[in-house]
Design a protein around this ligand. Structure first.
Ligand code: SF4
Length: 688
């Protein structure tokens, strides 16, 4: 028996835990602790424990598929490439759009970005960061000049006060939750504000539930209390921030007095005052948030407000402080870093900057040039264009994304995909999106290739090859090289290894300049920015100065605005959505993991006990939940652990898809949809 252990990085959340894959006779059969990772020190959550189970699922795609007469038939790779090349050559650049993936490696994201801009010459490339943290990228960049989590995961344990708003950290990023507990054991106060009494909330010293969509009012209230009591960090504000007087004038308005914000948010004035005191007087205070803050039509405002609070209290560029935006998927940070966004190349170098555009065009050497130096469409805009202006976008290449379950208003998303003349999906399973494709390319999972991923704390870590892809499936970066070759650009995609691709990324990306596989091949890896080969990496950003050219942080005065859709007589409840600890995003991997799927085999809707009584709904009863966009039948979970008037659904489950109900109203800057607040009604299902 051939048995070996291959150290790698978890393919699920953005925490970036490491473990060993157990490989028996060439197949991945289990996971084992890897104790040298400073991130997780040998511990993993249930998803990490069973991260081997989906790898050899019988559902894995093993051959290319081409749709003929509405049905998929198996094809050779050459047949698939010939069809893709013939079709994509027939479209103009602006008729093509590409979606990259928060699941695949940095190297593969970089190559899809190069394929889009260099081979297809389209400006339209984006990925699912648009749906989770586009507001973080925009909001933190406006505040600090860099749109990423400011401090490291390890640093959270150093904090004297941890304020969690819009994150169920213990279920979504469990090994970051462990750092919150370490801070608490070291004497930190933990504050959790959330509409649900989550496992994270249960560990708080101060917990308050609130109405989804009132974050700016809450944060302004906290800042007003801090200023009124003289708890602000006057030195930090005077030396390092711009915009204080405007911010002060806003947050001191009567609207944001605790007694008034209690009426808007549902948080008792006394709790708001206590939270302000704990945050304002702590030696250091760390703020953690996730999609509860970002997935709103005011997502960028919410993010800027978190930054305002942390600047006001001097908790930027400081140990135990920071605005810690917890990124969702394993490599959503890396996909952004690799320029899979419609406005930037790698390292957030602007597409519209002519010097940057020339730098990439020169380095890539396409004889017929690259895309125009213009911004492209965000994924949410692509889907709106498809339905509102049919014929403008005609073809799409989707690598490792499943918008048919992850996008808001799924009826609209399906209608949009149906408008395409030609859709290519590169994935490991025949997902809900792949079922709409004209060509499906069987790809590889994290256990089948070498590469890097960048976790939420900007730590760039390695994947290592544990087994071969199944059947005729191929490693994603090789597929992209072969598509480029079929399009006539083999010379621009000459790579023989993932390392060669990474070296090209590092050469073109200032924040990755000092990285190479030799340096990353160690337990602690490296945090970007790492500008030179002797630079140790940067676990904490903005020490001494922010990343704006003048080094200053920018405070933004922000007024609270309600969500785009609020409860009314017809749809009287607020629906918010999220994840559970056993599943991940659209469930394409976790629902094919026997252990995880056995734990939670389907979805539910959480209904407050009093609301359920008024509606005559019993626990575990099937109910119909409806919004202005659609309806789903789903099991009721009647509980006191959700605020009256608010309902919650996990979004992993196709058979009761929460996103049939959600609203695709967008933040005007980040173009992120308002997943976290829409109006719904819930009814008993009566026999026809
Ligand atoms: Fe994987 Fe995240 Fe769990 Fe760590 S916390 S094992 S990265 S899912």
């Amino acid at each position: 028996m051939d048995l070996k252990y291959v150290q790698t990085t978890c393919p699920y959340c953005g925490t970036g835990c490491s473990f060993n894959l157990v490989v028996k006779d060439g197949k991945v059969v289990g996971t084992q602790p890897y104790k040298r990772s400073p991130v997780n020190e040998g511990k993993v959550c249930p998803k990490g424990t069973y991260a081997h189970e989906f790898v050899n699922s019988p559902d894995r795609l093993t051959k290319p598929l081409i749709k003929k007469d509405g049905k998929f038939v198996e094809a050779t790779w050459d047949e698939a490439y010939d069809l893709i090349a013939q079709k994509f050559k027939s479209y103009k650049p602006d008729e093509i759009a590409c979606l990259s993936s928060a699941r695949v490696s940095n190297e593969e994201n970089y190559l899809l970005m190069k394929l889009a801009r260099g081979v297809f010459k389209t400006r339209h490339i984006d990925h699912c960061a648009r749906l989770c943290h586009a507001s973080t990228v925009a909001g933190l960049a406006a505040s600090f000049g860099s749109g990423a989590m400011t401090n490291s995961i390890l640093d959270i344990a150093e904090s004297k006060c941890v304020f969690v708003i819009g994150s169920n950290t213990f279920e979504q990023h469990p090994l970051i939750g462990r750092k919150i507990m370490q801070a608490k054991m070291n004497g930190a106060k933990v504050i959790v504000f959330d509409p649900r009494y989550t496992p994270t909330a249960k560990q708080a010293d101060l917990y308050a539930s609130f109405y989804s969509g009132t974050d700016v009012a809450i944060l302004n209230c906290l800042m007003g209390e801090i200023i009124r009591n003289g708890w602000e960090d006057k030195e930090w504000v005077s030396k390092r921030a711009k915009g204080y007087e405007e911010l002060k004038a806003t947050v001191l308005k009567d609207d944001y007095l605790p007694e008034n914000v209690e009426k808007v948010s549902g948080i008792a004035a006394a709790d708001l005052k206590k939270a302000a005191e704990w945050i304002g007087t702590a030696e250091s205070s760390s703020l953690l948030y996730s999609m509860g803050i970002t997935q709103h039509t005011v997502g960028v405002d919410n993010v800027k407000s978190t930054a305002n609070l942390q600047m006001l209290t001097g908790n930027i560029g400081k140990r135990g402080g920071g605005v810690n935006a917890l990124r969702g998927q394993n490599n959503v940070q890396g996909a952004c870093d690799m320029g899979c966004l419609p406005v930037v190349f790698t390292g957030y170098q602007k597409v519209i900057d002519e010097a940057v555009h020339k730098k990439f065009a020169d380095a890539w050497g396409f004889p017929d040039g690259i895309c125009e130096p213009k911004n492209g469409y965000e994924v949410t805009v692509m889907f709106n264009v498809l339905t509102e202006n049919p014929g403008e976008l005609k073809a799409m290449y989707i690598m490792g994304e499943n918008p048919m379950l992850s996008d808001p208003d799924l009826t609209h998303a399906e209608h949009a995909l149906e408008q395409l003349e030609f859709l290519v999906v590169q994935d490991i399973f025949l997902t809900e999106t792949a079922q709409h494709a004209d060509v499906v390319l069987p790809a590889s999972c994290y256990a089948e290739k070498e590469g890097t991923q960048t976790s939420t704390e900007r730590r760039v870590q390695m994947w290592r090859t544990a087994q071969n892809p199944p059947g005729e499936a191929k490693v994603d970066w090789k597929i992209l090289c072969e598509v480029a070759a079929a399009m006539g650009y083999a010379a621009q995609f000459p790579y023989q290894s993932a390392e060669e691709i990474f070296n090209e990324v590092a050469a073109l990306t200032p924040s990755y300049h000092g990285m190479n596989y030799e340096r990353l091949n160690r337990p602690e890896a490296l945090h970007w920015p790492c500008p030179t080969e002797d630079h140790p990496g940067t676990p904490i950003l903005h020490i001494g100065k922010c990343s704006h050219p003048d080094g200053m942080g920018v405070m933004h005065p922000i007024e609270w605005k309600p969500p785009a859709e609020v409860p009314d007589a017809e749809y009287p409840y607020i629906l918010t959505t999220g994840r559970c600890i056993w599943h991940w995003h659209t469930g394409s991997m976790t629902r094919r993991s026997e252990t995880l799927d056995n734990e939670v085999p389907t979805g539910w809707i959480e209904i407050n006990t009093e609301d359920a009584k008024e509606l005559g709904i019993a626990n575990k009863e099937m109910v119909r939940a409806s919004s202005r966009r659609g309806k789903v039948e789903v099991e009721a979970k009647v509980t006191d652990e959700i605020k009256k008037g608010v309902m919650f659904m996990p979004f992993h489950f196709a058979e009761c898809a929460a996103n049939v109900l959600t609203n695709n109203a967008l933040d005007p800057i980040a173009k992120i949809p308002e997943f976290k607040a829409c109006a719904v009604k819930v009814e008993k299902i009566t026999e026809a």
